[in-house]
Design a protein around this ligand. Structure first.
Ligand SMILES: Cc1cc2nc3c(=O)[nH]c(=O)nc-3n(C[C@H](O)[C@H](O)[C@H](O)COP(=O)(O)OP(=O)(O)OC[C@H]3O[C@@H](n4cnc5c(N)ncnc54)[C@H](O)[C@@H]3O)c2cc1C
Ligand code: SF4
Ligand code: SF4
Length: 436
């Protein structure tokens, strides 16, 4: 079995994992970065623009993706999953499974000829099921690495991609391969998922075609999006009235998610401003319980949205149904006025909350009450965990925005660096091989 030795293993190649890997690599440590998807980038590469600056997300994320791929100290393993973590206290052996791409990554040039030839189209998970891509494809235009991946679940085995590939990279014989990484420290940057869209049945998502999740809206608004415009998934028409339902999966005892997800107010405000730009005639209404704008420049951002004409309505949305033409009807209790009203919209976006992505058990960590990584003590730094040598970065530690994900990523890198040095000094004192 192939075995590699590194100082730090970073699990997850979103913005937090990439930042941690770059910080550690820049300090001279050998780093392995393992990402389960065929490309690094995480959620951030799918976003349109970032609050509060409205900078282009792809323009910020792509250079980092490229930097981790070309850094001399970072070994990047995409389409790989951590299977098991053995060992402790600075001597970890991590078993990783390389999933079959059915394309030889060493020789694929990313020319996409296979993709153009493939007769099968499948819903694009990159576009949250809105657009489509081929059964074999380079994952998206700025993917890193630019290597094709073949979705065997949908493949007809017609062999067209194999015939057209100029370098003979298509390989149907690939099977999962396990390799091991020996490492002194581990940083978990496995990120978040959104609250299950169907968890609040009364909101109808997954059932009502014009009730969507906010990452779908990001894809509508992104310059690289599937349609280059905002539309109603139900009939492809341009919406002129759009509602946001805040806390649709956060601060909700019935779901067991009692915390604030800390990003939903801001991304709803951001999207409403972008919609005002993309669809100048559209009216956007945000139904909220409280608006939480805690970061630098965030309150001003909120005030700007109000000045642009975004309507903020204090109220608790009870249910969403649709009329015979699939227009969502929002039933809302106006808490300040003490009455219930119903309003019909063209499109409704649920501001879903953040929940932990990958379970932490396989990394030997116990979840805290909120499901995210638990801290060793109440006074511990947010990047510490209950397992010595294992650190957490970004939203694997709890809901947070990009700025805080980057801050905790650098802090986790710093803590991992101190930990590696402490282990190295012990080795020197014991007269073992000095750390280089
Ligand atoms: C709709 C929406 C809009 C947003 N807009 C903004 C905004 O404008 N500005 C802002 O500051 N924040 C915004 N955010 C928040 C932002 O998306 C997050 O703060 C940020 O993406 C978190 O990055 P991360 O690296 O922690 O997690 P992720 O982006 O989730 O990355 C985690 C990575 O780990 C990988 N992974 C998971 N499990 C494993 C495993 N077992 N093995 C290997 N790899 C694994 C995943 O595939 C993924 O690539 C928004 C969030 C949403 C939902
Ligand atoms: S073999 Fe599969 S992936 Fe290749 S062209 Fe045919 S359907 Fe597409
Ligand atoms: S598998 Fe072949 S045809 Fe497809 S992108 Fe790679 S080199 Fe090009």
């Amino acid at each position: 079995m192939t075995k590699i030795h590194v100082d730090a293993l970073v699990v997850g190649g979103g913005i937090a994992g990439m930042q941690t890997a770059l910080d550690l690599g820049d300090q001279g440590y050998q780093v392995a970065l393992v990402e389960k998807e065929p490309s690094v980038g995480g959620k951030m590469i799918t976003l349109s623009k970032v609050f509060p600056t409205l900078d282009c997300c792809s323009c910020i994320t792509t250079p980092k993706m490229s930097a981790v791929a070309h850094h001399p100290k970072i070994q990047l393993f995409t389409y790989c999953e951590v299977d098991r973590v053995d060992g402790q206290d600075g001597e970890f052996t991590v078993s990783v499974v390389q999933k079959p791409r059915y394309v030889n990554a060493d020789i694929c040039t990313g020319c996409r000829l296979c993709e153009y030839e493939c007769p099968i189209t499948v819903p694009s998970m990159f576009d949250r099921g809105l657009g489509s891509y081929h059964a074999v494809r380079v994952p998206f235009s700025t993917a890193v690495p630019q290597i094709a991946v073949l979705d065997i679940e949908y493949c007809l085995l017609c062999g067209k991609c194999e015939k057209v590939c100029p370098v003979g990279a298509v390989d149907f014989t690939q099977t999962p391969e396990t390799f091991e990484i020996d490492t002194t420290s581990i940083v978990l940057a496995t990120g978040f998922e959104m609250t299950d869209v169907s968890a609040k049945k009364e909101y109808g998502a997954g059932r009502l075609s014009n009730v969507i999740d906010p990452l779908m809206m990001e894809r509508f608004l992104a310059p690289t999006g599937p349609y280059g415009r905002v539309l109603r998934p139900g009939d492809g028409m341009e919406p002129t009235t759009i509602a946001y339902v805040q806390c649709a999966g956060s601060r909700d005892e019935t779901l067991g998610i009692e915390y604030c997800s800390r990003t939903c107010c801001m991304y709803a405000i951001k999207q409403s401003m972008l919609i005002s730009g993309a669809l100048p005639l559209a009216e956007v209404t945000i139904f909220y319980m409280d608006i939480r704008t805690f970061g630098k420049g965030y309150e001003q951002f909120y005030q700007n949205a109000k000045a642009m004409g975004v309507e903020f309505v204090r109220g608790k949305v009870a249910s969403i149904q649709e009329d015979e033409n699939h227009y969502p009807i929002v039933r809302v209790e106006l808490t300040e006025e003490g009455r219930v009203v119903e309003r019909t919209f063209d499109l409704v976006v649920l501001s879903l909350g953040m929940v932990l992505g990958d379970p932490l058990a396989r990394f030997g960590l116990q979840p805290a009450e909120d499901g995210f990584a638990s801290l060793p003590s109440v006074n511990a730094s947010p990047w510490a965990t209950t397992r010595p040598g294992v650190f957490v970065a970004g939203t694997a530690g709890g809901p947070m925005d990009i700025v805080d994900s980057i801050v905790t990523a650098s802090a986790a890198a710093s803590a991992a660096s101190a930990y590696i040095r402490s282990k190295t000094q012990v080795s020197i004192e014991e007269g073992e091989v000095a750390y280089v």
